[in-house]
Write a protein that binds this ligand. Structure first.
Ligand code: GLV
Ligand code: MN
Ligand code: MN
Ligand code: MN
Length: 407
């Protein structure tokens, strides 16, 4: 008997959990990631599914013949942000296995191949680029760039994959694999409050906001905190701080999002004026024009405040993901499939969070299901979804797989 949803959840729960924060530190190609991958293999084996790891380190568990084509694929990711929650990613993978069990319990035999996928390095927590596994497969991340993306210790993505036993020569676009996918459906915990307070435990995604990451380097002059007069300093910290406040104000005015969540300070001494503040901006908006305008105003603010403090500022775009509008026909089909069986409304909602589904959408018909999150909190140990809502998510995913894979 394969593990139930609750058993799978309980098995995965301790993996990569930090005792102090209670959050997850499942970074790509680390030992916690390897444990998650072993768990995936065990779940597949318990269900008699064939597992393969593709040329970019993504895992696939197949029901039916993978080479037959027109496959129905579902799944998500198992890695996490620093001190992330238990649901972002794993809910989609656990629900995928549980939905296959539900199909079996219903006596449903899919006529198309069905796969559960675990995309590698979705969060980009270690190497800075989100959705690295799906981007490599889709050709949005080249092997050359993967060989240049480094973690905090200087290890490149390619080296990390090789150290985890992956063949670095294999890395690269995988059109042949994508051509075998007929449809991809990712289930994910909602990372916002659209569904909270509604009678709907499950919704369908309409769009993913365009988003990106930019690195600001404010460079000044290190000096003594006690002897350097305030007016004699070239201090990058106030330039950064004023930029951060401007970003917050302008994003709020535009109905957009701007977050400085990661900083590097040199020399990072309590009693030294810094020489460098490196700050990463994550910015998102409902449309690309608003995002571009927001970026322009933040860049202007950075230049203005840098000049005022007598420091230099440099700006580099590290990644950009254009808006994703999920195909309306497939989205409507999901709503129809759910509405036919479920006693609740099926809201259609956009999200500001990035997903592998957003990368795949450029190549194959793709859709997403969201499971209600009562607080909306995500990328935090406090992230939560109710168990009955998770069960509703599994049932909804099973309805969708049944509808798509049995015709
Ligand atoms: C990924 O979760 C992102 O949207 O940052
Ligand atoms: Mn996430
Ligand atoms: Mn996620
Ligand atoms: Mn994500």
């Amino acid at each position: 008997m394969p593990s139930s949803f609750q058993e799978m959840w309980a098995e995965l729960l301790p993996v990569g959990r930090h005792a102090g924060s209670g959050g997850y530190r499942r970074f790509a190609w680390t030992s916690a990631d390897t444990e998650c991958r072993d768990w995936f293999r065990e779940q597949a084996a318990a269900r008699g599914l064939d597992v393969e790891t593709d040329r970019n380190g993504n895992q696939w568990a197949w029901l039916g013949d993978p080479s037959a084509g027109d496959a129905v694929v579902t799944g998500s990711h198992l890695d996490s942000v620093p001190d992330g929650g238990a649901f972002d990613g794993p809910l989609g993978v656990v629900s995928a296995f549980a939905a296959l069990d539900e199909l079996a319990a219903r006596g449903v035999r899919p006529s198309r191949p069905v796969a559960v996928v675990n995309f590698g390095d979705e969060e980009g927590a270690r190497f800075g680029l989100a959705c690295a596994g799906s981007r490599l497969t889709a050709g949005q991340l080249t092997p050359e760039r993967a060989a240049a993306l480094r973690d905090a210790d200087g290890v490149t993505l390619t080296q990390a994959m090789e150290r985890a036993g992956h063949d670095p020569e294999a890395i690269g676009p995988d059109d042949e694999r994508l051509a075998r996918i007929g449809v991809f459906v990712e289930l994910h915990v909602e990372q916002g409050r659209h569904l909270a307070g509604t009678g709907s435990p499950v919704g369908v995604a309409s769009a993913i906001w365009p988003h990106g990451r930019w690195r600001f380097d404010f460079r000044g002059e290190a000096n003594h905190a006690g002897t350097t007069r305030m007016q004699d300093r070239h201090d990058p910290m106030p330039a950064y701080a004023a930029t951060m406040l401007a970003a917050r104000e302008r994003a709020a005015a535009a109905g957009a999002r701007a977050t400085f969540g990661k900083l590097l300070v040199e020399p990072n001494g309590v009693n030294a004026v810094p020489s460098l503040v490196r700050a990463w901006l994550d910015a998102r908006a409902a449309d690309e024009e608003t995002l571009a305008l927001l970026l322009g105003t933040i860049e202007d603010a950075a230049r203005e405040h840098a000049a005022r403090e007598g420091v230099e500022v440099g700006l580099e775009r590290e990644s950009f993901t254009p808006v994703v509008d999920f195909a309306p026909a497939l989205r409507d089909e999901l709503v129809r499939l759910l509405a036919a069986r479920r006693p609740y409304e099926v809201p259609v909602l956009p999200t500001g969070a990035g997903h592998d589904a957003g990368i795949l959408a450029a190549k194959v018909p793709t859709a997403m299901l969201f499971v209600r999150n009562p607080t909306g909190v995500s990328h935090s140990p406090a992230e939560h979804a109710r168990e009955d809502d998770c069960v509703a998510g599994v049932e909804a995913l099973a309805d969708v797989l049944e509808g798509l894979a049995c015709r």
